[in-house]
Design a protein around this ligand. Structure first.
Ligand code: C5P
Length: 399
């Protein structure tokens, strides 16, 4: 059972937090409600007390509550801080590090994951101040359940309505520690593009953001694995809690992955590795003529090389997982790729769609293994990562 601190702030959606508390309990979690003063204007603390069967914390200076320094005690015992609804005010305080009440102090004092379910008027939601604060919180790893669109309590129609309680409960469940199914396992994940230099100032790259590989690395770490991330040049920040090696070219990635593969239980090649690299020239190419012809040479195929090494007995225990980004005959090509590269699993995705896969937050894939193929429906890259790892785990157990 996990302990969730449910922060309730002063928005009209506060009454829906009651349903969130019940949903968390139904999912087997213990809930402590922490209300701001403004929230108590919308819902009485007694409601949460009756549901959670815990004293509801509102003020920082309540008599009898200070024998233990309560926000510090709670901060170190919770598994998640969930704020639903989160007003523009609490988002601003969290972003700025203001600690003038119990909830904002709890945010600073806890090391548990933090999930916000914002709810506010459309104009407030769209305001640059709010969006900037959310961006700041995102860089600190704070997660968010986006507000919904529709008719708002203030009479407006637009984005800002608190997400559905069920969706908030599902999002909370994802942040709570899963079973440590990968404890003691070593995983290498490659992510992002590679950049292949043309001359001292130019390169050939691709649009991979690294997000899929980062989500995989994060999920493996959450399940207790010791994760090494080998990342190409990305602007997206890699997740915390994993050892990250930065590389630039396919050749560098090859060296970084192969030199560590012997100790790994799994190598997941989620990187979009360049297949060809320009035959590099040492001087900047001058502008000359209407056309420029680049000579390119094959890069090392890292996954295929790992497959060969394993077949030769060099990597007896390493499971190999690759990706196949295709624009047609997706599954057939993935099957062929799995055989040719001697991989255990190929995660195939159709990159002809602009709303999923490459450089976007969502993905939809098919997992191709020796025993067949399994479609994973459209979802966030975190959802897809979970599905991939859930399929890898039984293969690992067998290996
Ligand atoms: O052959 P293709 O590039 O479609 O295969 C994709 C899979 O192979 C991905 O898992 C990718 O990370 C890996 N790959 C590799 N080395 C390359 C090219 C691709 O390991 N040079």
């Amino acid at each position: 059972m996990s302990l969730v601190a449910l922060g309730v702030t002063g928005g009209i959606g506060a009454y829906k937090a009651v349903e969130v508390a019940r949903g968390l309990q139904k999912a087997g979690h213990d809930v402590v409600a922490v209300m701001t003063q403004a929230a108590t204007e919308f819902v009485g603390p007694l409601t949460f007390e009756a549901i959670t069967r815990h004293r509801v914390i509102v003020g920082q200076f309540e008599r009898g509550a200070n024998a233990d320094i309560e926000h510090i005690a709670l901060a170190s015992s919770i598994d998640l801080l969930l704020v639903a609804p989160a007003t523009a005010n609490i988002i601003g305080k969290f972003a700025a590090g203001i600690a003038d009440d119990f909830l904002s102090s709890l945010y600073l004092a806890t090391r548990a994951p933090v999930l916000l379910a914002p709810a506010m008027n459309t104009n407030m939601w769209e305001h640059e101040a709010v969006q900037r604060n959310l961006a700041v919180l995102a860089t600190r790893g704070v997660k968010m359940v986006e507000p919904g669109e529709g008719f708002l309590a203030c009479g407006w129609t637009g984005k800002g309505r608190l997400a559905e309680p069920d969706d908030i409960v599902v999002a909370a469940g994802r942040l709570l520690m899963p079973a440590q199914t990968l404890a003691g396992r070593r995983v290498i994940v490659s992510a992002g593009p590679t950049y292949e230099d043309i001359d001292p100032v130019r390169y050939v790259g691709n649009r991979s953001s690294g997000k899929m590989g980062f989500a995989l690395a994060e999920e493996c770490a959450r399940r207790g694995a010791c994760v090494t991330l080998v990342a190409g040049p990305t602007t997206v920040q890699p997740p915390g809690g994993v050892e990250t090696f930065r590389v630039r070219t396919a050749a560098e990635m090859h060296e970084a992955v192969v030199s560590r593969a012997r100790d790994a239980d799994v190598v997941i090649m989620a990187a979009a590795v360049a297949d060809y690299a320009p035959v590099r020239v040492s001087q900047k190419i001058a502008k000359d003529g209407d056309e420029l012809v680049l000579r390119m040479a094959r890069t090392p195929d890292i996954l295929a090389d790992l497959g060969r090494r394993r077949a030769a007995g060099e990597l007896p225990k390493t499971l190999l997982v690759g990706f196949a980004a295709e624009t047609s005959d997706v599954v057939a090509r993935a099957k062929e790729k799995r055989r040719r590269k001697q991989a255990d699993m190929i995660v195939a995705n159709d990159v002809s769609r602009t709303d999923r896969g490459f450089d976007v937050d969502q993905n939809e894939v098919t997992l191709v293994t020796e025993s067949g193929e399994e479609a994973v429906p459209l979802g966030s890259k975190a959802d897809i990562a979970r599905a991939i790892i859930e399929r890898i785990e039984p293969l690992l157990a067998r290996a």
